[in-house]
Structure formats: structure tokens, C-alpha cells
Design a protein. Structure first.
Ligand SMILES: [Zn+2]
Length: 154
């Protein structure tokens, strides 16, 4: 084995973890925007990015179905590896298409109910009737659905 003592470079290694399922998540896009470098997690949720210049970076992990990206600040030290864990929670709101209402079987009046933190973006959507804001602040991303026609939650 040849060891490369690449000076002034370090490595970040870690795992992207599903905080609800309690396991690593495969195929997550792990990205460092500042230097436009990234990778994808393996089947156990692990990733490794080598040959990073020393310094501080923001690292993002995102996957469709998991809502907003997980963000961590990291520091890269010479010839060493920084280990991080990024937690993501599944989000039904982050979903392609819309479900159909179990009463009218239509999708046109079905809107997600979003719980938690009300960002400006969410408030704007709520004003336009595209989502309904729920009251539970436990999770930012745990909506269910509401049919405007039949006035039911499902
Ligand atoms: Zn309906």
C-alpha cells in the first residue's frame, strides 16, 4: 500500500442517519457548496471526501423524501479525518405529486397539512391555500393531507 502524505489536505468522513428509522440512508447527496465537491452515501449511509484543503466548510446532505437538507459545519485538519454524523428525518410533504382523497378520489383539492415552524415560504403557501398549517411544533416535516372539497383530513 502506498501512503500519500499529501500536505495541507484532510478528509471528512461520516454517516447520514435517518433519525426516525435509526439507520444509515443510502444514496444521499453529500455536498460542500463552497468548493463544489461532493459524493453519494453508500448502502450503509457512509461517505468519505478526501483531499480537502484545510479550513472550515459547510456540508449539506439531501435526498428527495427527506425535506430540507441537513447542514453541518466542519473543520478540516492536516493529514487527519474529521468524522461527522448528519441526521435527516423523512418528510411526506417532500413528495412528488399529490395523494388522492379517499372520499372523492380526486387530487385537485387535496393539500398537505404542515406542522411545525412557519417559515415565510410556508406562510405564503398557506395564504394561497396551497397548504394548511397544523398546530404541532414537534416536527417540521410531518404533515398529513386535507381535502378542501370534503373537508376531511386523511
Ligand atoms: Zn375529497
Amino acid at each position: 500500500m502506498i501512503l500519500c502524505r499529501c500536505q495541507n489536505y484532510g478528509t471528512v468522513e461520516g454517516i447520514v442517519y435517518d433519525s426516525i428509522e435509526k439507520q444509515g440512508i443510502a444514496f444521499v447527496n453529500v455536498y460542500i457548496p463552497k468548493i463544489r465537491t461532493g459524493t453519494i452515501t453508500d448502502t450503509t449511509g457512509r461517505f468519505k471526501i478526501e483531499n480537502l484543503k484545510l479550513g472550515e466548510y459547510e456540508i449539506k446532505a439531501s435526498l428527495i423524501g427527506y425535506g430540507r437538507p441537513g447542514v453541518k459545519e466542519i473543520k478540516i485538519y492536516q493529514d487527519s479525518t474529521t468524522f461527522i454524523e448528519i441526521n435527516l428525518a423523512q418528510c411526506k410533504y417532500d413528495y412528488f405529486g399529490q395523494p388522492s382523497c379517499p372520499i372523492c378520489n380526486k387530487t385537485d383539492e387535496a393539500i398537505p397539512i404542515v406542522y411545525g415552524e412557519s417559515t415565510k415560504n410556508i406562510l405564503r403557501k398557506a395564504k394561497k391555500g396551497k397548504i394548511l398549517i397544523g398546530g404541532c411544533p414537534i416536527s417540521n416535516c410531518d404533515p398529513h393531507w386535507y381535502c378542501k372539497r370534503d373537508k376531511i383530513n386523511f
